[in-house]
Design a protein around this ligand. Structure first.
Ligand code: EPZ
Length: 419
């Protein structure tokens, strides 16, 4: 078990280099399965979810070499269509490998994906879409088998909800499909655009990514490519919130502010002074009082659910009452119990919480329940005078690259220790 010991209260100052996006890297790594030629990706973060995906790729027969943020993958021959169960349940994004494997081999077998426990997270939309594409889906108790004897066929797919994972799975499964695939009510997240750009740089024919209608015309082959993964917009948002909570001045590098407008607008509403220049963001929150605000999470370009726990933590220090409504996941308020151990005033009512700001939180012993819940606790601890102990930080290591090291560099007192 790993834990953070954080002595909070320090003002932070300096530069933070934002890493490549977790949620873009994972489908992009999956995309390499489709390509028999070597592909090279840059700006891939060194996080546990990436490590899990790479382990699966190796088991499937891909050759992987890695040097810092550069990963080269060669999937000349894919030897297996089965995703091992013990790796499948380490992360949610493993389910996206299914689309890539079926796209390459016309069959795949996998078990239920793992990942953050923030709701039921069924995969019905993924499987219904596969069926529309002529894929037979057999659901067992612990296993799903998908195959198509005649190959994947283009189809018109209307998603009931703009699911990020289902949109990615359909794109991956349809790159080599016969005919054209149309996705209506597609997810519009920047990570979808990044996946489509990466696949197009290999020779795929995908149009409309970033809008609600994506068109994929099947191609016969892909070629080598090198591609740089987009910056992590949730890590960027996390550091902006940390600056605000600790009344600090930070300069974030390697960011794309356009992907984060809903978050920046909310921070400005709370009183943050933010300046954007090319791929850099400057935040100066040194003299700001935090104003209470209301938030409703929505699919992109709305306010991202992944920032919700981190904003909730920040709003525990606002003057007045704030309300957050969570509309994407039905169980993403578990972290509130942990924040209450630090004397946060949060009342839950259905899919909303009301937060009444307090002058100071109290240091305590708390535990991470999932990735962003963990980041919410780190923010709370950094802004609280005294030592907070955060257990189960393995969740954080799944998705934030060197978070403790990056925080130490800007003046935080944080130690990663094993229990
Ligand atoms: C992706 O998860 C992200 N994960 C999540 O980030 C993010 O919170 C989420 O999109 C929403 O933005 C990755 O990219 C690896 P969805 P995903 O399918 O694809 C329901 C983080 O902290 N749904 O858009 O799993 C589902 O239950 C993580 O980095 C179905 O009902 O999200 C949820 O309520 C956490 N049936 C909603 O849709 C389905 O078949 C959105 O899920 C699929 C989804």
């Amino acid at each position: 078990m790993l834990k953070y010991l954080i002595e909070g209260g320090n003002k932070l100052n300096g530069e933070v280099k934002i890493s490549g996006s977790k949620n873009a890297s994972l489908p992009i790594l999956a995309a390499s399965i489709l390509n028999p030629n070597p592909v090279t990706f840059y700006n891939v973060p060194d996080i546990e979810d990436v490590n899990t995906t790479l382990k699966i790729l190796k088991i499937l027969g891909c050759k992987v070499t890695r040097k810092c943020d550069k990963i080269t993958i060669s999937c000349k021959k894919v030897n297996s269509y089965e995703i091992p169960k013990e790796l499948m349940n380490k992360s949610r994004s493993t389910v996206i490998l299914a689309g890539a494997i079926i796209g390459r081999l016309n069959q795949v077998t996998f078990s239920n994906p793992g990942g953050c426990n923030i709701g039921k997270r069924p995969i019905d939309l993924h499987l219904e879409a596969f069926q529309k594409m002529g894929i037979t889906v057999i659901k067992g108790l612990n296993e799903v088998k998908c195959y198509s004897l005649v190959g994947v066929k283009g189809a018109k797919i209307i998603l009931k909800f703009p699911s990020v994972g289902a949109t990615e799975n359909i794109i991956l499964a349809s790159v080599y499909a016969s005919g054209t695939t149309y996705i209506y009510n597609a997810a519009m997240e920047p990570e979808i655009v990044d996946l489509a750009k990466c696949l197009n740089s290999m020779g795929a024919n995908i149009k409309g990514a970033g809008t609600s209608k994506i068109i994929i015309r099947g191609v016969n082959k892909l070629h080598s490519c090198s591609y740089t993964v987009m910056p992590d917009r949730i890590e960027t948002g996390t550091f902006l919130c940390i600056a605000m909570a600790t009344k600090s001045k930070l300069h974030l590098k390697n960011v794309n502010a356009n992907d984060l407008l809903s978050v920046i607008l909310k921070l400005q509403e709370m009183g943050a002074k933010i300046a954007i220049k090319d791929n850099e963001i400057f935040i100066n929150a040194s003299s700001e009082k935090i104003k209470a605000i209301n938030i409703i999470t929505k699919p992109y370009p709305g306010f991202p659910t992944d920032m919700q726990p981190i904003f909730a933590s920040l709003l525990t220090k606002a003057s007045g009452k704030s309300k957050i409504e969570e509309t994407i996941f039905e169980n993403r308020f578990g972290f509130c119990d942990e924040l209450r151990k630090m004397n946060a005033k949060i009342v839950k009512n259905g899919n909303s919480i009301q937060i009444t700001g307090v002058r100071e939180l109290t240091p305590s012993r708390v535990k991470c329940l999932d990735l962003r819940a963990g980041a919410a606790l780190v923010l709370a601890a950094l802004s609280t005078t005294g030592v907070t102990e955060i257990d189960n930080v393995e969740h954080i290591l799944r998705g934030y690259e060197n978070l403790d090291e990056k925080l130490r560099k800007i003046g935080a007192n944080i130690k990663l220790i094993s229990d």
